[in-house]
Design a protein. Structure first.
Ligand SMILES: NC(=O)c1ccc[n+]([C@@H]2O[C@H](COP(=O)([O-])OP(=O)(O)OC[C@H]3O[C@@H](n4cnc5c(N)ncnc54)[C@H](O)[C@@H]3O)[C@@H](O)[C@H]2O)c1
Length: 494
């Protein structure tokens, strides 16, 4: 109940009246009757019953036992033949299903903290894997786009890991909101000035300099491509994109050549022309990324359907040439770039490291600070005790850096929550240490622990988590189901 209240709190949720927590359509319920019924059942059910949630609808309370889950949830599951956006939206309008996003319909949204942490860990590991060894990330440049709901986390994460970041954002309101919050430091709207500022910052090896470019990201990539061509100097080390390309024609992606206002008008009044403009923009976008990558930058898809929509727009996103095609492993998707999971985070998930979150049910900041200290002490002990390789120790160290500075970074939105990565031993030991702290009164109330979609093998998603996993799991969906069944059998509560 605590978690559901947070998901629908007007201070947290994007559209609380519509029960949408984040991401434009990430729903907790389909309507308020479902909310009221669910809260009533949760308030009155016993510890020997299980409530089943069917896409926002409380389907039934069944007899179970104390170690069984209290609640089981499914959201937005469709029969493949009928699994279209149109059908899903019709059923949503009828109250039959919801799109639960990753953490709205599973009641574990914790604001932008998850994405700040995930992006910080992704950048640290990308630099470790692809860039020459260095004592720090000072002077390294990350180029991306989007200062919206989730994408706005990127400059903050780059600051935490000590990089220089450029985040292009076309919508002035979104940009100034993040600037006013202190999540991005400098605003630039002139491309030549941007190049000069980045050149100087690289030369001076500046750390933690975040730049918001007010304009279209395609213009930025093209400007950096031109600079590389003219001077031979590649100003970008790492690159990605976080426009909302999962929704390209209805406001998720603004085509180059149109102002923000022109795009809004075209989208509504001439949708066919707008679609063509988006496709042309994606072709230019990919061509410019290709040119900068040819000069040495590393690029990945950051889970926003960049590869998918670029292919649909006939951009040069696929490998070509007989020899190059022959070099691809069997079953490879053929994209030039990888999803961030494939390119970077898969290696970390393979170590057994993955994210989990906890929420202090008391709602007290002091409890969260105490849990941060417990997690930090546990990691400090494990990084010494555990007989682990360098990469595993580096994961402990990255997460120690995060949890020690998490309080200062003021990441709490709504619930007193924290995200962290650990391996199985780390999770178990942190959980036991928190249980002990509840038992001896150092924590004033229970701590809710929750999973995350990036949790090891938790998601089947061919463009992200299981991208190019060629044992069949790229296109089969058994693994996520096994996770759910397994967790339920092992006594997960939700
Ligand atoms: N890696 C992950 O696991 C992960 C996590 C969260 C979100 N995502 C995905 O990332 C995307 C962004 O999420 P969000 O919540 O920030 O969405 P959002 O719509 O709030 O933000 C996207 C921003 O991009 C800007 N934009 C669009 N086209 C642009 C262009 N051509 N140039 C410059 N700016 C442009 C928009 O104005 C908007 O502010 C979504 O597709 C989402 O599904 C992935």
């Amino acid at each position: 109940m605590n978690m559901i209240i947070t998901m629908t709190d007007p201070r947290v949720a994007q559209f609380p009246d519509e029960l949408i927590t984040y991401g434009g359509n990430g729903a907790v319920f389909g309507n308020w009757a479902q909310f009221r019924l669910t809260m009533h059942y949760l308030a009155t059910m016993t510890n020997e019953q299980t409530l089943t949630m069917y896409s926002g609808h409380p389907m039934g309370i069944f007899p179970s036992h104390t170690d069984a889950p209290r609640v089981v949830v499914t959201n937005g599951t469709m029969i493949p033949r009928h699994s279209t956006k149109e059908n899903l939206e019709t059923l949503y309008a009828c109250g039959n299903t919801i799109y639960g996003q990753m953490t709205a319909g599973s009641y574990c949204y914790i604001g932008p903290q998850g994405i700040v942490h995930g992006t910080a860990i992704t950048l640290l590991n990308a630099a470790r894997k692809y860039l020459p060894p260095a004592a720090s990330n000072a002077g390294r440049v990350y180029l991306t786009s989007g200062l919206g709901g989730m994408s706005g986390a990127q400059p903050k994460a780059a600051d935490i890991v000590g990089m220089i970041s450029i985040t292009a954002e076309i919508d002035g309101a979104a940009l100034h909101k993040r600037h006013a919050q202190g999540w991005v430091q400098l605003v630039i709207d002139d491309l030549d000035e941007l190049v000069e500022v980045v050149r100087t910052a690289r030369a001076e090896k500046r750390a933690s300099l975040s730049i918001a470019f007010h304009g279209n990201v395609v213009d930025v990539w093209e400007r950096f491509a031109r600079h590389a061509e003219e001077t031979g100097e590649c100003l970008v080390d790492l690159g990605s994109d976080q426009t909302s390309l999962h929704n390209p024609y209805n406001g998720g992606y603004y085509p180059v050549g149109l102002t923000y206002e022109e795009a809004l008008t075209s989208m509504a009044s001439t949708p066919d022309a707008f679609k063509e403009a988006v496709e042309e923009s994606l072709r230019r976008h990919v061509a410019a990324v290709n040119a900068v990558v040819a000069r040495g930058a590393i690029f990945w898809d950051y889970g926003n359907a960049f590869l998918l929509e670029s292919e649909r727009a006939s951009a040069a996103i696929k490998v070509t040439g007989d020899a190059e095609l022959r070099a691809l492993p069997d079953g490879h998707s053929g994209f030039k770039y990888e999803s961030y999971v494939e390119a970077i985070m898969g290696d970390i998930f393979s170590l057994g490291f993955g994210p989990f979150r906890w929420v202090c049910a008391s709602g007290n900041a002091a409890d969260l600070a105490a849990t941060d200290a417990i997690a930090a002490e546990t990691i400090e002990r494990l990084r010494v005790e555990e007989d682990c390789d360098e990469l595993t120790r580096a994961q402990y160290d990255d997460n120690l850096l995060w949890v020690k500075s998490a309080g200062e970074n003021k990441m709490v939105v709504g619930s007193q929550a924290r995200i962290l990565y650990a391996d199985a031993r780390g999770r178990c030991e942190i959980a036991v240490a928190m249980n002990d702290a509840v038992a001896d009164g150092r924590l004033s109330a229970a701590v809710v622990t929750s999973r995350d979609h990036h949790d090891v093998s938790g998601t089947d998603s061919p463009y992200r988590e299981t991208s190019n996993v060629r044992d069949g799991s790229m296109t089969t969906a058994d693994m996520a189901t096994h996770n759910a069944i397994g967790d339920a059998m092992r006594g997960g509560a939700l």
